[in-house]
Design a protein around this ligand. Structure first.
Ligand code: NAD
Ligand code: UFG
Length: 350
């Protein structure tokens, strides 16, 4: 039997992952009721346990795959959701080049299945995890939401394809509210040190790599390129604290709750608007942690761009959200998580 209508009940797909866990906490603190749906392909029950401990109540967790329509239908039949925050997806660029079908199947087909079930149950509010990767190599900086989109790898292509699907859906039926949030570079961890990013194997991304060098798990950082047209020759990115990012999702839901007319397709950048170079991040991390971060310059990494940072005006104007935390706080929280959990959750196979 359906529960009574709850405007603030949210399905969080991929809610056991890095950004999802932080967002679950922010949603709970903002008064939303959450149901997490995750197949644990890149996360663990331990992450859910820790979120439950941090919010001092059990999380409603369903182990399931977004490609499994019957399982999703069961969830929608037992809960009446105001909307869905859709984090579930695979995110490793290199792996996507090696396994494109897996990425299109998981990220694109999975999203189509979710949208079909949402249609069937008349749940028309969606916040989708998109990425600054949809802008490819930007023509101008800062990057605003009207910038040209193009992608060079299957992961990015899967995000862009989902965006196109959402645009078409909004045209076909004007009752949808579809907000792709285009994240810039999420880093940092919950200030408790209890949850954070827990990459499998050797990290691909900069911040977890630096953290693992600082904690002594990796010997040396390779800095990919020191001849970019940037202040110090290293790549520049818009690093954003994951708890700020989490608040951006709460702001997007608040915005949807306030609307009297559907918003259709409404892409919004989540970034700080500030660029930080790889070398600047290494220095900041070293200062905060008191650890030396040995590094060497290496060849540019294929597919990397020189600089990428957001125009964050749309989020500020529409959602009344802006990032608050500094690079120092991002490094402090990443370091706390890494030093308290040198092996991450360490329970992936349970
Ligand atoms: P993550 O891997 O930590 O979290 C994703 C979660 O989705 C995991 O818990 C995983 O088990 C789950 N999942 C994957 N496929 C699923 C499926 N078919 N069914 C159910 N659950 C599934 O990643 P994250 O960093 O938290 O990223 C969340 C989302 O944000 C992803 O869609 C990612 O592509 C996007 N994103 C991430 C970044 C970043 O740098 N972290 C940047 C831009 C966009
Ligand atoms: N870098 C190094 N050494 C490393 C890792 C990274 O020098 O060991 C450099 C990169 O060359 C780049 C910068 O650090 O200049 C940031 O690299 P990341 O891999 O941390 O992040 P990217 O900007 O390449 O990409 C990330 C996610 C993408 C996402 C994008 C925008 O990996 O999935 O942010 O959100 F699309």
């Amino acid at each position: 039997m359906l529960e009574s209508i709850m405007k603030n009940k949210i399905l969080v797909t991929g809610g056991a992952g890095y950004i999802g866990t932080h967002t679950c906490i922010a949603l709970h603190e903002a008064g939303y009721e959450i149901v997490v749906y995750d197949n644990l392909s890149n996360s663990s029950r331990e992450a859910i346990n820790r979120v439950s401990a941090l919010i001092s109540q059990p999380i409603e967790f369903i182990e399931g795959d977004i490609r499994d329509a019957e399982s999703l239908k069961q969830v929608f039949a037992t809960h009446q959701f105001f909307g869905v925050i859709h984090f579930a997806g695979l995110k490793a660029v290199g792996e996507s080049v090696a396994k494109p079908l897996l990425y299109y199947n998981n990220n694109v087909s999975g999203t189509i299945t979710l949208l079909e079930v949402m249609t069937e149950y008349d749940v028309k509010n969606l916040v989708f995890s998109s990425s600054a990767t949809v802008y490819g190599d930007p023509e101008t900086l800062p990057i605003d939401e009207n910038s040209k989109r193009s992608c060079t790898n299957p992961y990015g292509q899967s995000k862009l394809t989902v965006e196109h699907i959402l645009e078409d859906l909004a045209v076909s039926d004007d009752s949808w509210n579809l907000i792709p949030l285009r994240y810039f570079n999420p880093v940092g961890a919950h200030p408790s040190g209890q949850i954070g990013e827990d990459p499998n194997d050797i990290p691909n991304n900069l911040m977890p790599y630096i953290s693992q060098v600082a904690v002594g798990k990796l010997a040396k950082l390779n800095i990919f390129g020191n001849d970019y047209p940037t202040t110090d020759g290293t790549g520049v990115r818009d690093f954003i604290h994951v708890t700020d990012l989490a608040q951006g999702h709460v702001a997007a839901l608040n915005y949807l709750e306030q609307q009297v007319a559907p918003v259709g397709f409404l892409p919004i950048n989540l970034g700080t608007g500030k660029g930080t170079s790889v070398l600047e991040l290494v220095t900041a991390f070293s200062n905060v942690s008191g650890q030396s971060i040995p590094y060497q310059f290496a060849e540019r990494r294929a597919g990397d761009i020189a600089s990428c940072y957001a125009s964050a005006d749309k989020a500020k104007n529409l959602l009344e959200w802006q990032a608050k935390l500094s690079i120092t706080e991002m490094c402090q929280d990443s370091w706390r998580w890494q030093s308290m959990n040198p092996n991450g959750y360490n329970v992936k196979d349970i």
